[in-house]
Design a protein around this ligand. Structure first.
Ligand code: 2HA
Ligand code: ZN
Length: 257
């Protein structure tokens, strides 16, 4: 538990420093492994309802950022801003195990999207137990350009701007057209986009990424942001970036790490 809390709080600090977490922007959840799961307190905390039953996540523990918390506070005071929750045995609700006792804190407003995604991950990519949402300025800016609001076009830009992207984000990003945040509809659209990609870009809002651990998930976001920045730098200098050629991309795709 301590290591994972340290990693989440380190990443939260980086998100803030990079300018991707204004006010209470962004949220992080981690499905804990058996070894990290906490024992049940003697007195069971109140059962809180889930918007949708999550049978596949029954009895799992998650570390989640609390709603209305700032990433800079998660970095400075992880124990006051991260919640340890346990999904009930029937998957209809959850209990907050930490902070202990009754607390006014509640999980992130994007909790329903996070849980939908964790359900899919537990089936399709069980080693991916981190879901991270943040407002990556450079990537959001791409989605403010109407002609770039297209999955193929976005991926061709992102892949072409830097070899790292082709190597470390081989499946590229999924694109989610604008939907009101916090709704079931955006949760479902994100889930669909993440079935085939480790990152989903929400039009005019931000990025959702999945990974095996918080540091790896941050790295993926960082690489995508780098590609977008290079594109904007070239455009701001008045040039159309050339992009890696098909044969260069093909060669990179064969690299193994
Ligand atoms: O957690 O970023 O999308 C605050 C948000 C909502
Ligand atoms: Zn957001």
């Amino acid at each position: 538990m301590k290591n994972i809390t340290d990693d989440v709080s380190a990443v939260a600090g980086w998100l803030w420093q990079r300018g991707w977490a204004e006010r209470n922007a962004g949220n992080i959840s981690v499905r804990l492994t058996e070894g990290e799961m906490a024992s049940f307190p003697d007195e069971q905390p109140t059962l809180l309802p889930l918007p949708k039953r999550c049978e596949t996540l029954a009895a799992f523990h998650f570390l989640v950022t609390a709603t209305n918390t700032r990433m800079r506070d998660v970095a400075a005071r992880p124990l006051d801003t991260l919640l340890l929750i346990r999904i009930s045995d029937d998957g209809t609700g959850y209990r907050i195990l930490s902070p202990p006792g009754e607390t006014a804190l509640r999980p992130t407003s994007e909790m329903s999207a996070h849980l939908c995604i964790h359900e899919m991950l537990s089936q399709k990519r069980p080693d991916h137990r981190v879901v991270m949402h943040t407002h990556v300025t450079e990537l959001i800016a791409l989605t403010q350009i109407r002609e770039l609001c297209d999955e193929q076009r976005l991926n061709s830009i992102l892949m072409g701007m830097h070899p790292e992207t082709r190597v470390f984000v081989p499946d590229g990003v999924g694109f989610v057209p604008y939907i009101l945040p916090g709704t079931r509809a955006i949760g479902e659209a994100t889930l669909k986009a993440l079935e085939d990609h480790s990152a989903a870009l929400w039009e005019k809002h931000g990025l959702f990424a999945t990974g095996r651990d918080p540091l790896e998930t941050f790295d993926l976001i960082d690489i995508l942001a780098k590609s977008a920045s290079i594109w904007f730098l070239c455009r701001s200098a008045g040039y159309e970036p050339e992009g890696l050629t098909e044969s260069q991309l093909h060669e990179l795709a064969k690299l193994k790490f």
